[in-house]
Write a protein that binds this ligand. Structure first.
Ligand code: FAD
Ligand code: UDP
Length: 390
C-alpha cells in the first residue's frame, strides 16, 4: 500500500516524492514511462564518454534562494554563466540583443546612450503588449525583430510571433550595455556531477520505490494507493475530453565531433538558416575535460514527445477547461510543465512542486508521523537528510 502514486520522475514528480517521503514519512511509488529518472533534465555519458543532456540543453538559473537551497541538499554546483551567439548576416552576434549586437550587425560604434536613441527611433508604438511580436518590435523595431526573432520563432513554434503570447519572446531581454549573459538571475550554476546524479540523490530513500518504463495507465488499477500526483500531460489524463492541448516537440540530433571544442560558446542560434534552431556544445555547460566534444541540433516538430506547451489565448482557454475539472477531481494533484500546461523553467517547476507539498501537507486530514515533524517544513533546511553521497 502506497500513500502516493506519483506519475513522472522529472523535477515535478521527484520534488514532491522527496518531500513527502523524507519530510513526512509517506510511502511513494513513482512511475515513469521513460526508462530513466530526471524527465527532460536527464543527462548521461554518451557512447564516447561525454556527458550530454538527452533532451537538449538544461541550464539552471534562479532568483529563488529557497529553490537553490533546497536543491543544494542533493548536489554540489559548478558556477556557469550561459552565453549564446546568434548567426545573423554571416556574423556571430550576442543574443539577448545588447550594445555589441547592434554595433556588430550595423557596423556602428554606438555608446549605450546612443543605443537608447537608436532603439527609440526604430521602436514601433503599441497600445498594449499582447503578442510575442509586440514585445520585440515595441523595444527594438522591425529590422532587429526580423533578423533575430521572427524566423527563429516561426521555426521553433510553427507559428508567427504575432500568434503567440508575449511571454514567449519576453523571456529574452533587450540590453543597452555589453552584458552578454543569457540570464541575469542571482544563482547561475550547474549540478557538478550532472542532473541525473542530483535526481538519484533526491530519490534515494527507503520510502521511495521507482518503476521505470511503466505507463501509469497500465498499472493504476493494480496498485493500492491513497492519492495520485500527476506530472504528465493534463489533457491526456482526462482522455482529451475537451480536445488536445497543443504541444511543440523537438527532434534531438546528437553528434560527437573529433575536436576538443567546436564553438566559442555553449549555444549558437540560427534564426534564419537551417531547419534546426540551435546547436549546443555540452562541455561548455558541464566543464568536462575530453579530447572530443558532444553537440546537439534541435529540430522543431509538431509531432513527438510533448516538450513545450504553446502559449496562445486559445490554448489558455482550453487549458482552463481542464484546470476546472482537475480542481474538482478528488485525490489527484496536477503539477509540472505538462500537468499545469505552463512554459516553466526547472526552478519554477521546483517552486511549484514545493508549494503543492505545502498545500497537501496543510490540508485537513493530512497525517504524518511525529518523528518527521521537525523536518517537515517545506523549504527549510532538512536536518534529517541522510548521507547524500556527493
Ligand atoms: P518532465 O521533465 O517532462 O517530466 C514529466 C515526466 O512524466 C516525463 O519523464 C514523462 O515520461 C512522464 N510521464 C508523462 N506521462 C506519463 C504516464 N502516463 N505514465 C508514466 N510517466 C509519464 N529549464 C530550465 O530551467 N533551463 C533550461 O535551460 C531549460 N532548457 C530546456 C530545453 C528544452 C529543449 C526543453 C524541452 C525544456 C527545457 N527546460 C529548461 C524546461 C525543463 O525541461 C522543465 O521545466 C522541467 O524539466 C519540467 O519538469 P517536469 O517534471 O514538469 O516535466
Ligand atoms: N527567440 C528568438 N530568437 C533567438 C532566441 C529566442 O526568436 O535567438 C525566441 C523564440 O521564440 C524562443 C523564445 O524566444 O522560443 C524563448 O527563447 P529561449 O531561449 O528561452 O527558449 P527555450 O530555451 O525555452 O527553448
Amino acid at each position: 500500500m502506497f500513500d502516493y502514486l506519483v506519475v513522472g520522475a522529472g523535477f515535478a514528480g521527484s520534488v514532491v516524492s522527496e518531500r513527502l517521503a523524507r519530510g513526512f514519512g509517506k510511502k511513494i511509488l513513482i512511475v515513469d514511462r521513460r526508462n530513466h529518472i530526471g524527465g527532460n533534465a536527464y543527462d548521461h555519458h554518451n557512447e564516447d564518454g561525454i556527458l550530454v543532456h538527452r533532451y537538449g540543453p538544461h541550464i539552471f538559473h534562479t532568483n529563488s534562494e529557497q529553490v537553490y537551497q533546497y536543491l543544494s541538499h542533493f548536489t554540489a554546483w559548478r558556477p556557469y554563466e550561459h552565453r549564446v551567439l546568434a548567426s545573423v548576416d554571416g556574423k556571430l552576434v550576442p543574443i539577448p540583443i545588447n550594445l555589441d549586437t547592434v554595433n556588430l550587425l550595423y557596423g556602428l560604434n554606438l555608446t549605450s546612450e546612443e543605443l537608447e536613441t537608436f532603439f527609440a527611433a526604430r521602436a514601433e508604438a503599441r497600445s498594449a503588449i499582447r503578442t510575442s511580436e509586440d514585445v520585440v518590435v515595441s523595444k527594438v523595431g522591425r529590422d532587429l525583430y526580423e533578423k533575430m526573432f521572427r524566423n527563429y520563432t516561426r521555426k521553433q513554434w510553427g507559428r508567427d510571433p504575432s500568434e503567440l503570447d508575449a511571454q514567449v519572446t519576453a523571456r529574452i531581454p533587450v540590453r543597452t550595455n555589453r552584458d552578454g549573459r543569457y540570464f541575469t538571475d542571482r544563482f547561475q550554476v550547474m549540478p557538478k556531477h550532472g542532473y541525473t546524479r542530483l535526481f538519484q540523490n533526491m530519490l534515494d530513500h527507503p520510502n521511495i520505490t521507482i518503476a521505470l518504463g511503466v505507463d501509469y495507465r497500465d498499472v493504476v488499477h493494480d496498485i493500492e494507493f491513497s492519492e495520485l500526483i500527476y506530472s504528465g500531460p493534463i489533457d491526456e489524463y482526462f482522455d482529451f475530453r475537451y480536445g488536445e492541448l497543443p504541444y511543440r516537440s523537438l527532434r534531438f540530433q546528437h553528434e560527437t565531433v573529433n575536436v576538443e571544442y567546436l564553438q566559442p560558446v555553449a549555444v549558437i542560434n540560427y534564426p534564419n538558416e537551417h531547419a534546426y534552431t540551435r546547436v549546443t556544445e555540452f562541455k561548455h555547460l558541464t566543464g568536462q575535460v575530453h579530447r572530443r566534444t558532444g553537440i546537439v541540433y534541435e529540430h522543431p516538430s509538431s509531432s513527438g514527445d510533448p516538450y513545450y506547451p504553446v502559449p496562445t489565448p486559445e490554448n489558455a482557454a482550453l487549458y482552463k477547461q481542464y484546470a476546472a475539472v482537475a480542481a474538482v477531481t478528488k485525490g489527484v494533484h496536477f503539477v509540472g510543465r505538462l500537468g499545469t500546461y505552463r512554459y516553466y523553467n526547472m526552478d519554477q517547476v521546483v517552486a511549484q512542486a514545493l508549494t503543492l507539498c505545502k498545500q497537501i501537507t496543510a490540508a485537513p486530514g493530512f497525517e504524518y508521523p511525529k518523528a518527521a515533524a521537525a523536518a517537515a517544513s517545506v523549504g527549510q533546511r532538512i536536518s534529517a537528510v541522510p548521507a547524500l553521497g556527493i
